[in-house]
Design a protein around this ligand. Structure first.
Ligand code: FEO
Length: 169
């Protein structure tokens, strides 16, 4: 049986993963309207991955005798200033998700819930990869600067990266 504190922490994480999925979906849709097909494919895939992160938590919590709450979500933005801005936001968001995962791990240890602690290790590893990927993308965009040709190639690169990221899941 799961403690109320762990249940609450997992439900908070369910909401954050759902919000992440919505946020990246909004980014994907905006990028698509701007003609960045590779970037939008990458972001659509990333949004799907966040939904999978949420589902994993929902199923685990229910299996452990808790009750997963499917949350109401705030509407994400419709417009974004630029591709650079999108990926800066994505990195900031992932850093915040990592902090939240660390908080769940903390609650597990305080509650001596080693089963959930063990389950959360998948998320700890996943966050290392997600942050690293977001940092790499931001570094590339900084190098490209305002070079339109560079951005065109970057868009094509991200399309293949979306395929790789999907295979890894
Ligand atoms: Fe599920 Fe990108 O954190």
């Amino acid at each position: 049986m799961i403690s109320k504190k762990v249940e609450q922490a997992l439900n908070d994480q369910i909401k954050l993963e759902a919000q992440s999925s919505q946020f990246y979906l909004a980014m994907a849709s905006w990028a698509e309207t701007q003609g960045f097909n590779g970037i939008s494919t990458f972001l659509y895939t990333h949004s799907d991955e966040e939904r999978m992160h949420m589902l994993k938590l929902v199923k685990f919590l229910n299996e452990r005798g808790g009750t997963a709450i499917i949350p109401q979500l705030e509407a994400p933005p419709v417009e974004f200033q630029s591709i650079n801005y999108v990926f800066e936001e994505l990195l900031d968001h992932e850093v915040m998700v990592t902090q939240s995962i660390n908080n769940v791990v903390d609650v597990c240890l305080n509650e001596k819930d080693y089963t959930t602690h063990n389950f959360m290790q998948w998320y700890v590893s996943e966050q290392i990869e997600e942050e690293a990927l977001a940092r790499t993308i931001n570094d590339k965009l900084k190098m490209i600067g305002t070079d339109k040709g560079g951005l065109y190639l970057f868009d094509r690169d991200l399309e293949s990266l979306a395929g790789t990221a999907n295979d890894a899941v």
